[in-house]
Design a protein around this ligand. Structure first.
Ligand SMILES: [Zn+2]
Ligand SMILES: [Zn+2]
Length: 266
């Protein structure tokens, strides 16, 4: 393995509606992180800030007061950060008000929650090529905004939810290499992290080149990477140590390629 110690900085507790599992607690996460000698951990429940208009019925209860119920976080041998996974709706404006980024150590931004028709996915995006262009546009547009990119992670670029009527890997295969290289260079320069999400590599054996493609482009652009379980239930936590070391090896990532949350002392 090319990373001395792993981490998990995108993980949901039972407070996220798609988990709702009382066993998925920060204490359990800390124990897992200590057992596997992670260098850091971050809790990132789903969030739609009530200060941002346009939330859905699903998101509305998951506001800042809701995710704050996890605080104070348990303390132990692994630094435990407080973050969130906000939304990037169809208008391209994050569902966390700019003034409220200060409340979080780390903010995960998903560019491709395309299972949310209307809220995120506009009508008329009916081919992998159109979806690839849309995701490129969204990433480019996000980068032009005034945001604290050094505490932002770009989530699950291979997300299998991004083209439900087809294969997510067809969207990845359709992405424009030179444009994505420029986009990733922008994120690298701004200090953002690129996520290695343990759910993103299910096609690694069937379509290895497509599965790794976007991450190889990111690496060529000088991106910094981080590990994520995107866990919602206790067994998901094991996906970081079980799956990501192989991905890290295949991508040839080293300590020099790693993202760290601001304030992480290493
Ligand atoms: Zn997500
Ligand atoms: Zn998530």
């Amino acid at each position: 393995m090319s990373f001395a110690h792993l981490e998990d900085i995108h993980c949901h507790s039972g407070l996220s509606s798609c988990s709702n599992d009382p066993a998925m607690t920060p204490q359990l996460m800390l124990e897992h992180a200590e057992k596997h000698e992670y260098r850091m951990f971050c809790l990132t429940d789903h969030l739609w800030d009530a200060a941002v208009p346009g939330s859905s019925d699903w998101y509305a209860p998951q506001d800042i007061d809701h995710v704050m119920q996890s605080r104070p976080l348990p303390q132990g041998r692994v630094p435990f950060f407080f973050g969130c996974e906000t939304e990037l709706p169809a208008n391209g404006i994050p569902a966390l008000a700019r003034d409220h980024f200060d409340l979080f150590d780390f903010v995960v931004i998903p560019p491709n929650h395309m299972h949310m028709d209307g809220l995120v996915r506009p009508a008329g995006i009916d081919t992998p090529q159109k979806m690839a262009r849309l995701i490129e546009d969204r990433l480019e547009n996000l980068l032009m905004q005034d945001l604290p990119f050094e505490k932002i992670g770009i989530a699950h670029l291979n997300c299998n939810l991004m083209f439900k009527e087809g294969a997510a890997m067809d969207v990845i295969a359709a992405m424009d290499e030179s444009r994505m290289l420029r986009i990733f260079e922008g994120y690298a320069k701004a200090g953002a992290g690129i996520e290695l999400n343990a759910f993103d590599y299910r096609t690694l054996d069937d379509r290895p080149e497509d599965t790794l493609r976007i991450f190889r482009i990111a690496k060529a652009a000088g991106s910094r990477f981080y590990c994520a379980s995107d866990g919602h239930f206790p067994p998901d936590l094991d996906r970081v140590p079980n799956i990501l070391p192989r991905v890290i090896d295949l991508l040839g990532l080293t300590e020099d390629d790693r993202y760290a949350i601001p304030g992480f002392a290493g």
